[in-house]
Design a protein around this ligand. Structure first.
Ligand SMILES: [Zn+2]
Ligand SMILES: [Zn+2]
Length: 195
C-alpha cells in the first residue's frame, strides 16, 4: 500500500484518534515529509521493516504518525521520548539514515496570516496545515540515531526473572545490583507505590 493522499490519511487518523484536529494534520504532514525525505514510498508495507520512529510528545500529532508510518509501540518500531516537543525522528534501518523534524513555532502565526477570517483556531490551523509547504511547517535535520540491538524490532533474548518481585523481564531491561538481577522497578525506578 504505497503512500495515500492526505484526505485518505485524514480519514484513517480520525478513525484511530477519535476526532480530526490540527494536531492530527500536523502529525500526518510530519510523517509524510519524514518518509519522503528518507525516500520510502511504502513505509507501512514493503518498507515496514526499515523504519523506526521516535516521537517526542504524547499529543494528537503523535497518534497520527503511525497512520502513515505503520510504526507502532507494540511492534517496537515507535519509541517515545518525553521531551514535550512536537517533533519526531524517522530512522531508516536499512541505510542507517535518520531525519528529525520539529514543528516550527511560527506555523500558528502563519495560519493566522493565511486565514484571519476563520475565528476557530483549530479550523484555521487545520486549513493552513493542509496547505503550507513542508519547509514552512517543519525544521528538518539529518541526524545519527544509535539504536542498540535490544531496541530493534525482532530482537530475541532470554527472559530473566527479577530476584526481588519475581516478574519476568525482556529485552535486557534488567539491572545488576549487589550480585542480584533486578527489574528496574525494584532497582529504584518505580513510578508507582504499592498500597
Ligand atoms: Zn486531536
Ligand atoms: Zn522486580
Amino acid at each position: 500500500m504505497p503512500l495515500k493522499s492526505l484526505p485518505e490519511y485524514e480519514r484513517l487518523a480520525e478513525a484511530a484518534h477519535g476526532h480530526l484536529c490540527a494536531g492530527q494534520i500536523l502529525g500526518l504532514r510530519m510523517a509524510l515529509h519524514g518518509v519522503q525525505l528518507l525516500g520510502m514510498d511504502d513505509p507501512a508495507g514493503v518498507d515496514r521493516k526499515r523504519l523506526v520512529t521516535f516521537v517526542e510528545i504524547d499529543r494528537c500529532a503523535t497518534d497520527a504518525i503511525p497512520v502513515v508510518t505503520g510504526c507502532r509501540l507494540g511492534k517496537r518500531a515507535l519509541k517515545f521520548r518525553d521531551f514535550g516537543k512536537v517533533a519526531a525522528t524517522f530512522c531508516d534501518l536499512r541505510d542507517g539514515r535518520a531525519v528529525r523534524l520539529s514543528a516550527r513555532e511560527s506555523s500558528k502565526q502563519r495560519a493566522r496570516e493565511l486565514y484571519p477570517e476563520i475565528a476557530n483556531k483549530n479550523q484555521q490551523q487545520m486549513r493552513a496545515y493542509r496547505e503550507l509547504a513542508d519547509e514552512e511547517l517543519f525544521e528538518s535535520q539529518w541526524v545519527r540515531v544509535r539504536i542498540g540491538p535490544e531496541d530493534l524490532p525482532g530482537y530475541k533474548a532470554p527472559r530473566v526473572v527479577c530476584a526481588e518481585c519475581g516478574e519476568g523481564i525482556s529485552f535486557k531491561r534488567e539491572v545488576a545490583r549487589d550480585g542480584r538481577v533486578l527489574c528496574r522497578a525494584c532497582a529504584g525506578e518505580r513510578y508507582y507505590e504499592p498500597l
